[in-house]
Design a protein around this ligand. Sequence first.
Ligand SMILES: C[S@@+](CC[C@H](N)C(=O)[O-])C[C@H]1O[C@@H](n2cnc3c(N)ncnc32)[C@H](O)[C@@H]1O
Length: 231
Amino acid sequence: MRWNTPLSEDHAALLVQRLALPEAGSVLDLGCGWGELMLRCLAEDAGGALTGVGVDISKALLERGRELAAARGLEDRVTFVDEPAQTYTGTADRVLCIGASQAWDGAPAALEGLAGAVRPGGRLLFGDGCWERSPTAAARSIFGDGVPMLPELASHATRAGWRVLHLSTADQREWDDFESTWRAGRELWLAEHGAAPDTAPLRAELEDRLMEYVTVYRGLLGFAYLVLRRA
Ligand SMILES: C[S@@+](CC[C@H](N)C(=O)[O-])C[C@H]1O[C@@H](n2cnc3c(N)ncnc32)[C@H](O)[C@@H]1O
């Protein structure tokens, strides 16, 4: 997977453009995974003065981020920190938080908490799940009751004191690609390790997720990207 969110290259480029990265300054990625989008932001800055911090609680993903940074010659400009996002106290000019609102127990509290991370005049790229239409009982049973409709998500942002500079949602192709690449790595592993013991649970998980996607949440679960500034 390029990143762990439904996002095409074109859409990512648009979001980075809407962040209006400063020539010097800092990017903070909370719940960064391997920090691909943050690394793209740093690579945008030809002058090399923009620095980054990625925060996550997965040691393996942080290590993957460090390796990616080193492979691109960005290791001196980026730090990966093993810490819960909700307790991290650093601030930055541009903050990314994509698919990690669960660190604050959902979007409303995340949008409140992230206010303290963005320096005056800065911007936040907030990405989170939302229903495209009223969810079915089956969809609620998978994703719970905390997923907002898109208008609710936008309203959580404005109520938390943000101005919405940009809003876009993942389209069907981005979702299909996200779900397919999530499965593809695991399918390839199975293809190469067919004789490994105890592969039955992984096979079953892959089949379940495929069927849940096509029968329950394809076209129903959305994902929104909001570029925000403080009101
Ligand atoms: C859906 S992934 C998104 C990763 C990344 N933002 C991206 O777009 O590729 C969610 C990430 O949040 C991280 N995460 C979950 N709870 C966290 C917490 N309390 N603090 C920091 N990271 C957390 C997970 O380890 C995972 O990497």
